[in-house]
Write a protein that binds this ligand. Structure first.
Ligand SMILES: [Zn+2]
Length: 287
């Protein structure tokens, strides 16, 4: 997590105005404001990653997503953003397979919910956070993860059940039952919780819940976890935006410096050529 940043809204606005990169700043800014927190969290949960690396990846994802949004595509900006994030983060993982664990002494890991989410494999965590934090439909999740609807449903159910079991061990749930769900409830758990189930199956599951206290309590535990995940805050919106735009300004200044350096070199070379041609003409005239 980044330290508390003392920066006002006014400064943020002026930093935004400083931008003159090729991508549309307003679009980039809008995507960052709406979905930056989820993106930050997704990257933050990766092992052995510091804030500089997180913000570098954030810039990379937003820049590439905005480029793609400008090109003819059927994807909405939100889907395009997370599709790009998934593509970049999966690539990063392939390139660095032997990452070491994050500093265990960090107090944030003593939070059982954070600790449980952190233990999830990358893709399960990615899909789960998108569903929970961004309320993506299964159709959009299929596009982003390039997976079939049934796989999305299984991934979400396995993830939810993993978190429930982990948190029930710590006695942190409203109902202490940590036994398994009945087969029918397990089969439809995620589509039911996510409003992705057809009317007939909804009736099946609700008929079962009426008779089964165990499944009813487990469903209540899942709703409680969902709420806890949505209340999770690893960084404040102001901190996120201030760091993002501050780093972008530094990046821009560096780019400008490089460009002016190249221009100066070109000017120097031009002057030398001019001098050389003058000397040459002088010698030629002497002859
Ligand atoms: Zn049951």
């Amino acid at each position: 997590m980044v330290p508390e940043a003392q920066i006002s809204e006014k400064t943020l606005t002026s930093q935004r105005k400083l931008n003159s990169l090729d991508i549309p700043v307003s679009l980039c800014s809008e995507l960052l404001q709406k979905h930056g927190m989820t993106l930050y969290e997704i990257i933050w949960f990766e092992n052995n990653i510091n804030d500089t690396q997180i913000f570098k990846l954030l810039h990379q994802i937003l820049d590439r997503a905005c480029e793609q949004i400008n090109s003819p595509s059927l994807l909405t900006p939100k889907v395009s953003l997370f599709f790009t994030a998934h593509h970049i983060l999966s690539g990063t993982k392939k390139n660095t397979p032997n990452k070491t664990e994050k500093e265990e002494s960090n107090t944030v890991f003593s939070n059982p919910l954070i600790n449980a989410v952190r233990q999830l494999p990358y893709e399960k965590r990615f899909i789960y956070l998108l569903r929970t934090r961004e309320s993506f439909s299964y159709r959009d999740l299929e596009t982003i993860s390039i997976r079939h609807r049934d796989e999305i449903s299984s991934i979400l159910t396995e993830t939810r059940e993993f978190l429930r079991i982990q948190l029930s061990k710590e006695l942190l749930l409203p109902f202490s039952d940590n036994s398994e769900l009945c087969a029918l409830t397990y089969k439809y758990l995620s589509p039911y919780l996510d409003n992705e189930l057809n009317a007939l199956n909804i009736m099946d599951i609700e008929r079962h819940i009426c008779k089964c206290d165990k499944c009813l309590q487990i469903l209540a535990n899942h709703q409680y976890i969902h709420k806890q995940i949505n209340n999770l805050q690893l960084i404040s919106t102001l901190e996120l935006l201030s760091h993002f735009w501050a780093e972008r300004s530094i990046k821009e200044s560096r780019n400008k410096l490089n460009t002016s350096g190249i221009n100066q070199k070109k000017k120097h070379l031009k002057n030398r050529l001019h001098l050389f041609s003058k000397i040459w003409n002088f010698i030629w005239e002497k002859k």
